[in-house]
Design a protein around this ligand. Structure first.
Ligand code: XBP
Ligand code: MG
Length: 223
């Protein structure tokens, strides 16, 4: 029987990647870095999960930009900017997410987050969309640099399961991307895949369910 739902954040709970892209670009401009990430460039860059890792990957491709030593501070500024964008509203939860959370809670199914983005971004998004601290909704939050190896490695899902104290066969993962799918599957989880703006059209063979959105999943979670 189903004991927990484990959610990815970016692309799954909300279409956040345009806000991330904007925050990166505004930070580059403010810091005098001659980079601008177009939507097409960003789609490629999303193959590298994690903002700091993504900036390093881009620098190594274009051959100029911030040093490894400068990237953590740059990423802090990007996170601050992203928080302001989220606080301003305009990035809603995806259809069905709020109802799914409500139904699961009512049925005593526990809720967790397993994300590559860093913790302040989770807190800001949940506060801005649901009006309460993320820790009030989610029993467990595994985020960002809490694990050494980000998605597609399984570490962040394994950490969420460890904190839940549950084996993978009692939980269900919700994802929107190929690295996320690979991560959850490698942790032994069944995966509900809902493509997002940046991942539509990819080949999600291997997902246990493929859904256009997270609406009307009460039967699937058995409530
Ligand atoms: C999405 C990511 C993140 C965000 C940026 O991860 O790869 O890197 O694009 O966030 P997920 P940070 O869908 O697993 O949440 O800059 O905080 O890394
Ligand atoms: Mg995602």
């Amino acid at each position: 029987d189903l004991r927990a739902l484990i959610f990815d954040v970016d692309g799954t709970l909300a279409e956040t990647e345009e806000a991330h892209r904007q925050a990166f670009n505004e930070t580059f401009a403010a810091e005098g870095i001659d980079w601008h990430w177009s939507p097409d460039t960003y789609r490629e860059l999303l193959r590298t999960t994690g903002g700091k890792e993504r900036m390093r990957a881009h620098r190594d491709v274009v051959g100029f930009g911030p040093s490894d030593a400068d990237i953590p501070e740059l990423h802090k500024r990007k996170t601050a900017r992203y928080g302001q964008i989220i606080d301003a509203g305009g990035v809603p939860l995806r259809p069905g997410v709020e109802e799914l959370i409500r139904q699961a809670r009512a049925a005593g199914i526990r809720l967790a987050i397993a994300t590559t983005t860093n913790r302040p971004n989770v807190d800001r998004l949940v506060e801005a969309t649901l009006g309460v601290p993320a820790s009030e909704i989610f029993d467990v939050i595994a985020a960002g640099d809490e694990v050494a190896a980000k998605k597609p490695e399984p570490d962040v899902y394994l950490l969420a399961l460890e904190r839940l104290g549950l084996p993978p066969e009692t939980a269900l993962a919700f994802e929107d991307s190929l690295p996320g799918l690979a991560s959850a599957k490698a942790a032994g989880l069944k995966v509900v895949l809902t493509p997002s703006a940046y991942t539509t059209g990819e080949d999600f063979t291997g997902a246990d369910w493929l859904m256009p959105n997270l609406c009307c999943l009460s039967r699937l979670i058995g409530v």
